[in-house]
Design a protein around this ligand. Structure first.
Ligand SMILES: *Cc1c(COP(=O)(O)O)cnc(C)c1O
Length: 386
């Protein structure tokens, strides 16, 4: 396979799935081991890697982050009529997981600096029906976790971290995904580490491990059976099939083996964009991402903020004419048809809509070169007459 796939011609794609060139070797090994369903050697290696590097009690690979979030909602015992507080500026899966359980999603506004949930607005949205806070570490930059965990403790709420974009990130030294009751990672092809489609759930408290394993194995204690802890496996509870195949886990493990290298490469491109575009920010033309003190990010995303939607459309068009694909995302959930049906916005929408209309994401992927980054930043500057 060509390592430069996606970079042929002159067009610079917005995303190229992470690829090291050695994935096939491990996938071949998985196939030849004659164990290609879930929970074989590669799945174990990936889970062990994630447990060791984050220090969480248990990590289970899943078929997606969406499914990890669904598991989290089930483990939180969310029921019909419960309320869950979350930002409206997020991917649909954060809300879907709870809506599928019959919960009402209560949106609160975001902070304009990090695009994360505004922790100072959470407490006011709590009612006697509130059961959980689902937060998103946007672009791998942490939410204000001390405040959020304090609110959760005082009101006896569960905390689910949608850390889809936040592997290898931390808040005051604590890995994201390990601070709340449950953390969910994504290994979709658009994320820093991938297995095509896949994810993981991180379980902080050991008391949830058994039920999580049963839930993930169609409601059976098959995981315990495979470890020799029970002599037959039986139907124990409701469950589903959230195990990824070994072939996918083998692809992911190849990348985890060089995780530092992949992370460093992304951070180098991120820093390069930042330095090149800083003059535009200083001149007041654009805004750049903010990384609060105590937060370590992973270069998941490089975004800029334009003056408004019109300027953004113009810039996207200009970049396209110069063979660069830049995109925006997240139509705020509260304004979408399902958001109107399943949720409500608590308080005022001061930043969610306005800031979401300004965001523009520049190409960012492991194989992005310094030359391409130079070229892209140069074109952004040219658009603003610099
Ligand atoms: C990518 C993403 C998801 C969904 O991940 P999948 O693995 O595709 O299910 C959920 N939440 C956020 C914030 C994401 O960025």
């Amino acid at each position: 396979m060509n390592k430069n796939v996606g970079m042929e011609k002159k067009m610079i794609r917005f995303n190229v799935p992470p690829y090291t060139g050695r994935e096939m070797e491990n996938m071949q090994k998985a196939i030849e081991s004659m164990h290609i369903c879930g929970d074989g050697e590669f799945t174990k290696k990936c889970s062990a890697y994630l447990e060791e590097t984050t220090g969480t009690a248990r990590c289970l690979l899943t078929t997606s982050c969406t499914h990890a979030l669904e598991m989290a909602a089930l483990l939180c015992d969310i029921k019909e009529g419960d309320e869950v507080i979350l930002p409206s500026y997020t991917f649909v899966s954060t809300a879907d997981a709870f809506v599928l359980r019959g919960a009402k999603v209560v949106f609160v506004d975001i902070r304009p600096d990090t695009m994360n949930i505004d922790e100072t607005l959470i407490e006011d949205a709590i009612t006697d029906k509130t059961r959980a806070i689902a937060l998103v570490h946007y672009a791998g930059v942490a939410c204000e976790m001390d405040t959020i965990m304090d609110i959760a403790a005082r009101h006896h709420l569960m905390v689910v971290e949608d850390a889809a974009q936040a592997m290898m990130c931390s808040y005051k030294g604590k890995p994201l995904g390990t601070i709340g009751d449950f953390g969910c990672y994504s290994f979709h092809e658009t994320k820093n580490f991938s297995m095509g489609e896949g994810g993981a759930i991180l379980i902080r408290d050991a008391k949830y491990i058994d039920s999580a394993e049963i839930l993930r194995e169609k409601g059976t204690d098959r995981s315990q059976y495979f470890r020799g802890q029970v002599d037959k496996y039986r139907w124990q509870n409701f469950g589903s099939s959230y195990l990824p195949s070994e072939i996918n886990a083998a692809y992911l493990y190849t990348q985890l083996e060089v995780a530092e290298e992949i992370n460093d490469a992304r951070l180098a491109r991120w820093n390069q964009y930042y330095e090149l575009l800083e003059p535009l920010a200083e001149a007041g033309k654009i805004d750049l991402p903010v990384i609060p003190e105590g937060c370590v990010h992973n270069g998941h995303m490089f975004y800029i903020k334009t003056k408004d939607m019109e300027e953004r459309a113009g810039l996207i068009q200009f970049l396209k004419e110069n063979d660069i694909l830049a995109v925006f995302h997240y139509v705020p959930l509260h304004s979408a048809p399902a958001g109107l049906k399943f949720g409500r916005f608590h308080g005022q929408d001061r930043f969610t809509t306005k800031e979401s209309e300004r965001i523009l994401r520049l190409p960012m992927f492991y194989q992005l070169t310094p030359e391409q980054t130079d070229y892209i930043a140069g074109k952004v500057k040219e658009f603003y007459g610099y």
